[in-house]
Design a protein around this ligand. Structure first.
Ligand SMILES: [Zn+2]
Length: 315
């Protein structure tokens, strides 16, 4: 059995979606599914049901690995407006994930919020992938798994969230919520942009950045107001970096990396988008948690439903 699918995974599929799945199931029945075998089944059974954009994405791939196939699923899923194609994207994900037991866990090269941003940039002809690396090869889109800061070189967490810091435990406890917030915010904004349902600029504008922040990143705009640097278009990116990644606060082990990343962003302000959405999600979540904690007590509520987490004091 090449695809280990529980019924609940496919119960929402349409009749033709199920037919495609069963055809793939039959074709792969006696095989050890490698990425090459999976890709050839995708081209044979999935591609004919896709819209032109998805067909182009599939045909552009050559000798893909599991990660390439997974990223292709993400790209198709978040750029198509066709239900049939979206269902085909889901089939690609099912093949990647459930063609082995236990299911294969594939993580995109960067966080999902960044992945959506990159897809949108690609869609609009912005070559963001070519400018995201510093002269020394540091990836501006590499983030601490708990926040928006650049991680300590060779690690997945920033100096702020090292295991010895007071914030580590609190961040560890709310990581799942943080991931949900960033996922929801970035997918919603990307969907709205691609569907044309929100006409407010998606990308950081060249002019009127503070007004853009007020609309798109209100928590950051609010915090900037109390800062000391001016809020004009010329200085605002530097003010944001000064607030979110102030190099004077960094441990020596990560100081040079953060300086390099900040300089890169100053030179190419488009690169700050993923950092801003992660920081905005974080401050929004923190406000939500603190309100629930304090608000519940103030109103003298008996229920403990919203009191699972203590107030968070980060950043
Ligand atoms: Zn961090």
């Amino acid at each position: 059995m090449p695809l280990f699918l529980d019924d609940h995974l496919i119960e929402s599929f349409s009749r033709y979606g199920l037919e495609v799945l069963y055809s793939i199931q039959k074709e792969l029945a006696d095989k050890l599914v490698t990425p090459t075998i999976a890709f050839s089944a995708i081209k044979k059974w999935v591609l004919p049901h896709c819209d032109q954009l998805a067909k182009d994405l599939i045909e552009q791939l050559s000798q893909p690995g599991w990660l390439d196939l997974y990223e292709m699923y993400l790209k198709i899923d978040y750029s198509t407006t066709s239900d049939e194609t979206r269902e085909m994207a889901e089939i690609i994900e099912l093949i990647v994930t459930f063609s082995k037991l236990p299911p294969r866990k594939v993580s995109p090269r960067q966080s999902l919020d960044t992945t959506y941003y990159l897809i949108t940039c690609e869609d609009r002809g912005k070559n963001i992938n070519q400018i995201r690396y510093t002269e020394n090869g540091l990836d501006v889109f590499k983030f601490c798994k708990y926040c928006w800061r650049h991680p300590v070189p060779g690690r997945y967490i920033c100096a702020h969230h090292s295991a010895h810091s007071s914030d580590y435990l609190a961040s560890y406890r709310i990581k799942q919520l943080f991931d949900c917030y960033t996922f929801e915010k970035s997918s919603l904004e990307t969907f709205e942009f691609l569907d044309g349902t929100n006409h407010y600029p998606y990308f950081l504008p060249a002019n009127g950045i503070y007004n853009w922040l007020l609309k798109r990143r209100p928590h950051l705009a609010d915090r900037l107001q109390s800062g000391v640097l001016p809020l004009n278009d010329k200085n605002i990116v530097s003010s944001l970096l000064e607030m979110l990644q102030p190099t004077h606060e960094y441990h020596w082990s990560t100081l040079e990396a953060c300086k390099e990343v900040n300089e890169r962003i100053l030179r190419h302000p488009d690169l700050i988008w993923p950092m801003l959405i992660r920081a905005e999600a974080w401050f929004e979540l923190r406000e939500q948690i603190n309100n629930n904690w304090g608000g519940g007590k103030a109103r003298g509520k008996q229920t403990q439903t919203h009191h699972l987490l203590p107030p968070v004091h980060l950043a």
